[in-house]
Design a protein. Sequence first.
Length: 454
Amino acid sequence: IMWHRARKADRMHLLPCFTAALALFMSGPALVTTRQHLRRAARISLAARAHSLLREWPELVDAQMPGRLASTTNATPVLTLYRDTNGWCPFCERVWLALREKGVHYDEVLINLYDKPQWYKDMVPTAMTPAVKLSSNQEVIWESEDILRRLDAEFPETPPLFMDSERHDLAMSATDAVMSASFGLAYRSGNLTHEEIAKQRHKLVMAVDGLEAHLQRFGPFLCGETLTAADCMAVPMLERYGVQMPYFAAAMSLRDSARWPSVARWFDAMEERSSYADRVRGDMYSWTTVAPVLMRLFGGQNGTLEGPAAERAARAEAAATHMLEELEKQVASGEFAAPDFAKQEAAAKILSNHEAVVADAVNLEPKSQKELARLAPDKAPVVDAILRAAVEILILGRSPEDPPLNAGTPSDLAMACRYVAARICVPRDMGAPAATALRGALLGMASAACKVSA
């Protein structure tokens, strides 16, 4: 979903009819089972809550303001980061993470890599992302490693990214070896024979063994006890491979703690850094969903995969679907909880971009994820309602068991909730914790709506 517009700044429920349900449970033919009574009682209880009034968008914006103000900083940005719209560019992720790790305040401009504006091509000689513009003198720097080095020079009071040059070089050699050995085993592998795949996979295993040995010597991070430029430069691709490699021709897991414990510990250490985990890191669902897309883009014939490659893509798609199903079960069981900062971020994103989300959900000629069934255009009010209800769940304490049933049929509500949940992409749309919070709200309502129609 295009949750973000062209660079716009991220800016009384009724009680359940318990008495009626209890009366229903106590009445009726003696041969009707208790389970049937309970199902019918649940439907009445849910239907009663469905009359809870949804707030309008301006009311929701006002309701969210206290939490938004609490998380807002008045610090003046010292530079502008130009990065890709989708959040897929690994070179952009390097700089994005470094800025957050250093605590440098920055503005952000998103660049559509498929339709770069002329002003950006005029500003950056390579026309590539990322780039930064210093506020002090309007100087523009590009190339990710050059930017990282310049950040150390411009902001010496912040944690340094480059400290031990020898360790940095050793770390980059170890991670570069993994990337080189992965060629032919990742997104593009259709032309390789089984023997060639086995040979290349052996090289990849040896390269990961080398990375394991390096981290065993220097870890938990690539250059020691603290996160440095080496980690910023390595994590964008390794995080993808950590999720996607089982679905590639390599058919292996980089996060196998029994085989490569120091590599697994590095992943864990990275994910403990809020600078990375809360916004920059992609999540398992998103990278699993993206894997078949990139496999078709880079390794397909006119976007089509055949044979083993098609089977691997199908496994990834099935795995992504299963993740959402498991999350829905978790929410329905009452075992799901999300931190407040994640709820606030998710609510803010919906509040600023709900019109774009609705338009995407009823777009019958989509450009991406065409396999997902969209809703008919006349169902736009249903999508709008579930988004407002989701915001109420996130910041006002509405229960996911209280879907807005008066906005549409239970099946339409469930379909809208599951569609939007499936379209959320991390880090494109929001951080991983926020995405989980929003998916939980949506899938909780989907589950509750299905109980009514059961």
